[in-house]
Design a protein around this ligand. Sequence first.
Ligand code: NAD
Ligand code: TDX
Length: 331
Amino acid sequence: MRVLVTGGAGFIGSNFVLRVRANRPDWRLTVLDAMTYAANPASLDPVAGEVDIIKGSVTDPGLVDELVAAHDLVVHFAADSHNDNSLQDPWPFLDTNVIGTYQLIQAVRRHDKRLHHISTDEVYGDLELDDPARFTETTPMNPSSPYSATKASADLLVKAWTRSFGLRATLSNCSNNYGPRQHPEKFIPRQITGILDGVRPKLYGEGRNVRDWIHVDDHNDAVVAIIEQGRIGETYLIGADGEHNNRDLLALILELMGKTADWFDFVPDRPGHDLRYAIDASKLRAETDWRPRHADIRDGLAQTIAWYAANEGWWRTAKAVAESRYAQVGR
Ligand code: NAD
Ligand code: TDX
């Protein structure tokens, strides 16, 4: 099978490429990535020569048409992905996440190919801290940030194309990922790399916000399971029962890195900051044989910390850029 992976030089996409190379050796992979600030081509060094890497944008209709025509399956990870950035400059989010997805589904439709569209639980908005409810596939979309609004828009386009044009697509909405090769602008790598640099972590607001954490390999295994076992036209929520508030999660990172639990600072909150995400992944569990392997976040975090400690060259430049951006907004 010839597989086009958009955004394959980013965090989840690069981990997908490495994992699929190991677990599905008969899949021939091409990466299409615009190599924005969020990409790190070094993430694909372990598969150099085994995977075609094309630098280009999903918003480029000619390039997208040519590449889609030459593949059987498209796995669409490419996106502008950071909420904080979307509050400063929403346009790239509209362009890549909405227009880029439009260009892709038009090409997939023209050439009658198979698509798996990657999305996020953030399209559903947030839950109260004391609400026993979790998101399901029937939760109404109610996005809060420019980022999540563009992801919801993309999901709606894919769904409309499946219904109106018979697009052969599946969709998945996953909770917060962690693991190696995540950009140091994101919460977990920001704090790990900061602590390695001797800098105190920064918690937004009161640190009460809850995220439902999943190891990136568990997310990518679920994507493969949906591609192979999911039903066309369906959405699957991906999550691994990993709810933690930011303060507790940070306390665990601090403990694993030999710091006291109070070694952090509160900083002003993110505007519109979603309170809580929580995923009910019953449908995925019922319809596929997927089960998470990284059930213990302590082990997963320890492995992630070890990866960042051993790969300073991978994150050093990106961290400097991310921290200068945070400094501009006082976070
Ligand atoms: P990331 O920012 O690390 O990577 C995104 C990649 O897309 C980068 O390599 C970037 O260069 C590329 N890209 C950006 N614009 C592009 C364009 N116009 N054309 C081609 N490539 C472009 O993001 P990530 O965390 O790996 O997220 C990947 C996908 O998973 C996104 O769709 C995101 O919405 C979704 N998702 C992420 C999480 C999470 O916790 N990180 C959770 C659920 C869903
Ligand atoms: O320094 C920080 N301090 C802090 O308290 C940062 C960077 C974040 N936070 C908080 C904000 C969130 O409550 O930590 C939580 C996680 O923040 P992010 O890593 O920015 O992730 P989030 O906004 O939850 O979105 C992520 O998960 C869903 C991804 O970035 C999205 O791409 C994905 O769709």
